[in-house]
Design a protein around this ligand. Structure first.
Ligand SMILES: [Zn+2]
Ligand SMILES: [Zn+2]
Ligand SMILES: [Zn+2]
Ligand SMILES: [Zn+2]
Length: 313
């Protein structure tokens, strides 16, 4: 039962401790003066270890005057604690769990608990072993030293852990930058490639169009020749009709018939040569370009695949 009590009291000490920890950042002022008038927040010039209170210069003087508080140890100047929490925790720890107005005097070894003299006489009369907490204990100093060493070791472990975590944080940042760089580089190379393919396709289309243009131009010049030839024949016909003798008319007509036949044949041949539509269009060129630069969408569902490959590599 007592063991449970002792655990219970320990728990309350921790709670009180953490509660005071929250007050650390608060501005410090003379607590007795603030107690008398809530609006008063006088600058403290001392801290009483026994009362665990900050005191102004007047209250410090009163503390020293008063017979009851005269023996209290006052910390002044630089020694005033910025954080009174450890003092409060120490006070809370030495309070008797059963009698809060008393401090603990003994450790009952049987119950493994700290007790006041009242507890000793009432509840622990039949217990066997006690440690007098006020007695000069040489082992305590050694215990403190070894505890201090182990706390130091724990602090070192924690420091190394934090350092390691900070390192991994940095590594993650670096990894992010690396990924971004790799992706950007890839996209840049793809864009360059697409640009090159685009230029190639355009150049090929241009080449086809140029060939077509040349054919059309050749045709135009052929047509001009036809036109010229027709004009020549028409003129010849007019002259023979107007001024030719009968034998001249007959010879010219024969000649004209032959030439007209030849012209018709040439015209038919020229028609067969020229295709009516150009073999390349914007649509066909674009279809060719898109087939060369196939891009698949990158959905967020693909993230699993990305993670998978990362694990494998
Ligand atoms: Zn005091
Ligand atoms: Zn004061
Ligand atoms: Zn007690
Ligand atoms: Zn006991």
């Amino acid at each position: 039962m007592n063991l449970k009590d002792s655990k219970g009291s320990e728990k309350s000490v921790i709670c009180e401790g953490s509660a005071t920890m929250e007050c650390v950042s608060k501005r410090q002022y003379c607590e007795p003066c603030h107690y008398v008038d809530e609006k008063t927040e006088k600058e403290p010039t001392g801290f009483c270890i026994e009362c665990t209170e900050h005191l102004c210069s007047e209250c410090c003087r009163d503390h020293k005057k008063n017979k009851i508080t005269r023996q209290h140890v006052l910390l002044e100047g630089d020694k005033i604690p910025k954080d009174p929490a450890p003092f409060l925790q120490m006070k809370a720890m030495t309070k008797c769990a059963k009698h809060p107005d008393r401090v603990v005097d003994f450790e009952c070894v049987d119950h493994c608990t700290l007790i006041c003299s009242l507890c000793l006489s009432r509840d622990h009369r039949h217990c066997g072993t006690f440690n007098d907490l006020s007695a000069d204990n040489k082992g305590l100093k050694l215990d403190c030293e070894s505890l201090s060493e182990s706390i130091k070791a724990v602090a070192e472990t924690v420091r190394a852990k934090i350092e390691q975590k900070e390192k991994s944080l940095k590594e993650l940042e670096e990894k992010k930058a690396e990924i971004n760089k790799a992706c950007d580089q890839y996209v840049k190379s793809v864009l360059t490639q697409i640009d090159k393919i685009n230029n190639d396709v355009k150049s090929k289309a241009k080449h086809i169009i140029m060939n077509e243009k040349r054919t059309v131009e050749e045709n135009i010049s052929k047509c001009a020749n036809f036109k010229q030839e027709i004009e020549r024949l028409q003129k010849l016909m007019n002259v023979s009709q107007k001024y030719g003798k009968e034998y001249e008319k007959a010879a010219t007509l024969k000649y004209l018939r032959e030439q007209s036949k030849r012209l018709e044949a040439d015209l038919q041949a020229a028609k067969a040569q020229v295709p009516n539509t150009c073999p390349v269009t914007a649509q066909s060129t674009l279809a060719h370009l898109t087939s060369l630069c196939k891009i698949t969408s990158n959905c967020s569902e693909d993230l699993d695949i990305m993670m998978g490959t990362q694990v494998l590599s």
